[in-house]
Unconditional design. Structure first.
Length: 578
RNA sequence: GCGCCGGUGGUCCAGUGGUAGGACAUUGGCUUCCCAAGCCAAUAGCCCGGGUUCAAUUCCCGGCCGGCGCACCA
């Protein structure tokens, strides 16, 4: 059985995750997290929040899942997510229409052409189906959009879309968010939420799904000035698989510290390098096996439209590397787009320490001259003069100056332009922040953590399955059992379970079946500790504390039991030291 | 979306043109004072629709779901 298969089996049996709406046949790409899975996922999210929001001093928001169409016009998802598809009438295979055109003609960027035109090109060139060779001429070219569409309110006049990434919810609100950050760069805004993509074919359980949870951070920085606090992570070792290595015949993964990766320019962006370092430690914390983990650089052809450099965190399962996080330097792409489409201001005003005085060439053309002289183009001539002054002030050195408007040359006496060089005092400038984006796929991380935690060993000649989840992530912290369900041991155990719950622990009480069976149940859901009440407990107020991974037991006092568990799960003490 | 394979209690499987059986799990009881023990009992299933047939879980067609390959993965 593959790792994936045995995990899927355990996940369903123990309540981690299973296909949604199975009673109605299910819907591909949708999964329900059961009690254990929801708890694990929530713990992973909480650990992310702790590290990427709280510890970094960032802010978290929660934007809607549905946004109106213009948001996605601006973000590029309406076009970029919209694939042109042509279906072969012979074999039924579907192909990217723009791709078959590009592959069979000299035409580039066929995606930007209208569907009818692409269809005509296919017919003109009699392009064959890549699968079966039959002609695709005459087959309709249609759109397939990966976004789920809906209508906002009654009717269809106001289309909306389920967001295909949570990021746009942050970008679009930048003007407000900047205000809350007192317009001071840098600042980071995070969001944990659902995103939706109508994938053509969902695969591999939680890996490729149609509804998923993202944990994204958009760190807005001043590209001129802001530097990441690299000293905090410079010694973190990164397993890097660079684009260069991927393309080399004998290339492989190279371990470099964050500091080395930056000085050797393996990771181009210091900001990306910083977050690779932060993230590496975080993956280890939540239970990703570092022997099955790497950072892989996107190849040039793989880069998204907005990214200048991008690294993925990947985890290995069943021999496949799956992307669990993307680290992208998005530049000012997103804010520029929203500024352009919305007409709102997506910049911050950066005030200089000292105002600077600059010499600025200006013109103030005498329109009472230009008007009669040039008629309808007078305004354009004036604009051209203005632009020329900024570009080439020396053009105004002579008696006359010429500009071109609409292919015609217009000559104006310099005297009439009122050319001057003024001293202007500037107190600052408008800056469009650049964005550093670590984007985590929570479900994939949960899946990876489970796959990597899956372990078997032998206890008293019997095979045992357990999840060696980090205590912090485990759905349940402690199982509490009465050795026998009688003689007051049950009451005593109930009291302990109640006290531990009151102290904030996640507790499972179980009095069913033999004690060994109960241990194994908890092993399979990764519960790190079990407490058992026996006859001795009733007289001496002690219990046995059992550790999951070693199955070792120690007798401890019930006084301070909650604190002991707290220290164990926080890693402040070890079981061996008890 | 195309192709191949598959879909039987919660899980893993066996089996059959006359509506099914095991193992594990679950629940109750007995037993048992620390690692899935034993005994008794109970609960629980043929993915959906259509067709062929006296009769379909079984054969055929379509759908849905899953795995794999191709394509896709901004």
């Amino acid at each position: 059985m593959s790792e994936g298969e045995r995990l899927t089996e355990l996940a369903k049996r123990r309540g981690f995750f299973f296909p949604a709406a199975g009673a109605y046949g299910g819907a591909a790409g949708f999964w329900t997290y059961g009690p254990q899975g929801a708890a694990l996922k929530s713990n992973v999210e909480e650990a992310w929040r702790d590290r990427f929001v709280v510890k970094e001093g960032h802010q978290e928001i929660s934007a809607p899942d549905v946004m109106p169409e213009p948001v996605f016009e601006a973000s590029g998802h309406l076009d970029g997510f919209d694939d042109m598809i042509v279906e072969c009438g012979e074999c039924g295979a579907t192909h990217r229409a723009d791709h078959v055109v590009e592959d069979n003609t000299d035409i580039e960027e066929a995606e930007s052409l209208p569907n009818e035109e692409v269809m005509a090109i296919i017919a003109d060139h009699d392009i064959p189906c890549p699968s079966c060779g039959a002609s695709l001429a005459g087959e309709p070219v249609e759109n397939f959009n990966l976004m789920f569409e809906t209508n906002i309110g009654p009717g269809t006049s106001s289309p909306g879309y389920l967001r295909p990434e949570t990021a746009q919810g942050i970008f679009v609100e930048f003007p407000q968010l900047s205000e809350y950050a007192r317009n001071q760069l840098p600042f980071g805004v995070a969001q944990i939420g659902k995103a939706y993509r109508n994938e053509i074919s969902p695969r591999k359980s939680l890996v490729r799904v149609r509804e998923f949870t993202q944990a994204e951070l958009e760190h807005f920085v001043d590209p001129e000035e802001d530097e990441p606090p690299l000293d905090r992570v410079e010694d973190v070792v990164l397993p890097l698989y660079s684009g260069e290595s991927q393309q080399a015949d004998d290339g492989g993964q190279v371990d470099l510290t964050v500091g080395e990766a930056v000085t050797q320019d393996v990771v181009a962006s210091d900001w990306v390098a910083y977050y690779l370092g932060v993230a590496k430690d975080w993956y280890e914390r939540v239970g990703v096996d570092m022997d099955r983990f790497r950072f892989r650089q996107h190849l040039p052809g793989e880069l998204a439209h907005y990214a200048s450099d991008c690294w993925d965190a990947e985890a290995e399962i069943d021999g496949d590397w799956i992307e669990i996080t993307g680290f992208a330097y998005r530049g000012s792409y997103d804010l520029d787009k929203h500024a352009e489409h919305s007409g709102e201001d997506y910049t911050v005003f950066k005030q200089y320490d000292d105002p600077v005085t600059v010499e600025r060439p200006t013109v103030d053309p005498d329109m009472s001259y230009l008007g009669p002289e040039f008629g309808g183009v007078a305004g354009e001539v004036a604009d051209a003069l203005d632009a020329l002054a900024a570009r080439d002030p020396e053009a105004f050195d002579g008696d006359e100056v010429s500009v071109e408007v609409g292919g015609e040359s217009y000559t104006v006496p310099v005297e009439q332009t009122n050319f001057a060089v003024e001293e202007v005092t500037e107190s600052g400038e408008h800056v469009t922040p650049h964005v550093v984006e670590p984007s985590f796929g929570v479900g994939r991380i949960v899946y990876t953590v489970l796959a990597h935690a899956y372990a078997t060993d032998e206890v008293d000649g019997e095979e045992r399955t357990y999840l060696d989840l980090p205590a912090e992530q485990a759905p349940t912290t402690v199982g509490v059992f009465p050795l026998m369900d009688r003689d007051g041991m049950d009451d005593y155990a109930h009291d302990i379970a109640g006290a531990l719950r009151a102290a904030g622990h996640s507790v499972t009480y179980d009095d069913s079946g033999a004690i060994g069976r109960r241990y194994r149940r908890q092993d399979e859901v990764g519960t790190p500790y079990c407490v058992t009440v026996d006859y001795e407990s009733l007289e001496e107020d002690t219990v046995t504390l059992r550790e999951r991974d070693s199955t070792a037991q120690k007798r401890v006092s019930i006084d301070g039991l909650a604190e002991t568990l707290e220290q164990l799960t926080a890693g402040e003490t070890t079981f061996d030291d008890l």
